[in-house]
Design a protein around this ligand. Structure first.
Ligand code: ADE
Length: 248
């Protein structure tokens, strides 16, 4: 998959993407991440990318010139998304949608990191294909958001996760939070790993994990239960069998 990122802080993204899962994916050639410095597309000696807002007010606005220049000379994979707090909310289903673009005509997508108080509106109107937000809070710029998007998408690409099954088996894929995980020692300071996980009965283990994922999601993220369309009859039976008091 190819992902192009346009930013005035390329070193932030280079650092983040050169180690761990992303570093390996880049070295293995699964992820073709191209980071473009917007200042390389400036024409003045000071390499300026921002200016004061028309109409007055606090802060600086990214000027359209270098942004259009950088994107037009690169011709990056589309869609191209501007990162900013007013964008479409990025979640696991958007991550899956973006990962699917690896197999599409452009082979990927691109990200443009906003900065300062904002980006000249003509960039939204005439350069990008859409906008993405990672949540309802305001960051100083789109770089941290770009890292979130790139990591969430990349780990869905075939060959990126060490254990292919784990991306599949996960919480948000089936609309539930993850079941609890344990490793050695079986007894840590008197806190024991549940007996069911230690007896090798795989059908029982699976039932237990499903039950824990359900209970955890009902208790901590009831909104996710609503979003997935409620609880199936089979799941309700599982909950009732475990603890009749919990059923309602
Ligand atoms: N830039 C500033 N805030 C942001 C947010 N919440 N999501 C994406 N990019 C941003």
């Amino acid at each position: 998959m190819r992902i192009d990122v346009f930013t005035i802080f390329p070193e932030l993204l280079e650092g983040f993407s050169s180690v761990a899962l992303l570093g390996r994916a880049r070295r293995d050639g699964v992820l073709d991440l191209r980071i473009h410095d917007l200042r390389d597309a400036t024409t003045d000696a000071r390499r300026s990318v921002d200016d004061a807002p028309f109409g007055g007010g606090a802060g600086m606005v990214l000027t359209p010139g270098p942004l259009f220049q950088a994107v037009e000379t690169t011709d990056p994979p589309r869609p191209l998304y501007l990162l900013g707090p007013r964008g479409r909310r990025f979640d696991q289903s958007v991550a899956e949608e973006l990962a699917g673009l690896a197999a599409g005509a452009s082979g990927g997508f691109s990200l443009l990191c906003g900065r300062y108080e904002g980006v000249d509106e003509r960039v939204s109107d005439h350069l990008v294909d859409g906008e993405l937000s990672i949540g309802d809070y305001v960051l100083a710029g789109g770089e941290a958001a770009a890292m979130v998007v790139i990591e969430a998408v990349s780990r869905l690409l075939p060959g990126v996760m060490g254990n292919e099954a784990s991306a599949q088996d996960e919480s948000f894929t089936s609309g539930l939070l993850e079941y609890p995980h344990y490793t050695r020692p079986a007894d840590f300071r008197g806190w024991e790993v549940p007996e069911v996980l230690r007896n090798g009965d795989h059908a029982r283990i699976e039932r237990w994990r499903r039950l824990k994922a359900l209970q955890r999601t009902i208790d901590e993220r009831p909104d996710l239960i609503v979003a997935r369309g409620g609880i199936s009859d089979e799941e309700q039976r599982l909950l009732d069998a475990e603890d009749p008091d919990r059923s309602s």
